[in-house]
Design a protein around this ligand. Structure first.
Ligand code: ZN
Length: 304
């Protein structure tokens, strides 16, 4: 089961937006610049959501303008709607991918973006169409795809029909988000097998797991077994939300990379460099972060 795996680091967006404090712009730029030199090939730098909705990312445009990212790293920005794309396009030469999102359940989508799924889809079809017209690559992220904290079970047929509309609009990648950590490995394996069969061989399928209930890496293993080779994660396991208490963030990039490398997969990523970036985030935030590899250190077979 060994070959190469693509990882998109989403800490500067999914992580920073869910941390309790607002991280200073200088610190964000420093951390993005560190991450951009770890061998990661995909980096989600920020989002263009309204500042009053997500004050943690109100400086998104400034961060995007100031970071220094090598040419071989694809920079992604999260775009919620047409206005967001318009704002991002003022910095068109600073990124190469857009990431558009909606939820697989009506209740979650309504709470998150105050629209119905259909309203979201209509808007995102225009966003993706415009972005692709600008020469940008488009990713569609379907949140709460494995279960919704408000509605419970999410019918897969609904997820596939949302994915099909995003693909038809021009998305070349679909990510399935386990936004609140409800997925389990048995579900994940059949989910990715079915997604591939339903959505065809061309589209890139990506797993976006949160480690809310500690099942993130088990879910990664199940997705790998089902043929998934694209993942999203946050360095330092950033994104721990204060409500509900004890909830943790995305799976940690350093834990994901450590496991993949030990299993014989190539990622192109320098694990020590990711750990160093997470350590720097700890210093800048002034508190310990949740990743296991950060605490234990990378495995060094030659030292023990
Ligand atoms: Zn997420």
């Amino acid at each position: 089961m060994s070959d190469s795996v693509r990882i998109r680091e989403v800490g500067p967006r999914d992580g920073f937006q869910n941390e309790p404090e607002i991280i200073p712009t200088d610190a964000k730029v420093e951390l993005v610049d560190l991450l951009a030199r770890t061998g990661l090939s995909r980096l989600e730098v920020t989002s263009f959501v309204r500042a009053d909705v997500i004050p943690q990312l109100a400086d998104g445009a400034e961060v995007l303008a100031r970071v220094s990212v090598p040419d071989d790293v694809a920079v992604t920005v999260l775009i919620p709607n047409e206005k967001g794309l318009e704002n991002a396009l003022a910095l068109r030469d600073r990124f190469s991918e857009v990431n558009c999102f909606l939820s697989a359940s009506e209740t979650h989508n309504r709470k998150n973006v105050n629209r119905s799924i259909d309203e979201s889809l209509s808007g995102l079809e225009r966003v993706i169409g415009s972005a692709v017209g600008e020469g940008l690559r488009a990713e569609g992220v379907i949140s709460v795809a494995f279960g919704c904290p408000y509605e419970g079970d999410v019918p897969r047929e609904r997820v596939w029909s949302i994915a099909r509309r995003l693909i038809e609009a021009g998305a070349s990648e679909i990510a399935f988000g386990d936004t609140t950590g409800m997925a389990n490995p048995v579900q994940v394996r059949s989910y990715f097998e079915e997604a591939r069969a339903e959505l065809g061989p061309e589209v890139e399928l990506t797993a976006h797991f949160h480690n809310t209930r500690g099942q993130g890496l088990a879910n990664v293993f199940a997705a790998l077994e089902a043929g998934c080779r694209s993942f999203e994660s946050s360095f330092g396991e950033l994104g721990g939300c204060p409500v509900p208490a004890g909830a943790t963030g995305n799976i940690a990039t350093e834990d994901l990379v450590s496991m993949l490398h030990e299993m014989g997969f190539a990622t192109g990523i320098d694990l020590d460099a990711v750990v160093a970036a997470a350590r720097r985030a700890q210093e800048l935030l002034g508190r310990p972060l949740g990743s296991h590899t950060l605490v234990a250190g990378p495995i060094d077979w030659h030292r023990s």
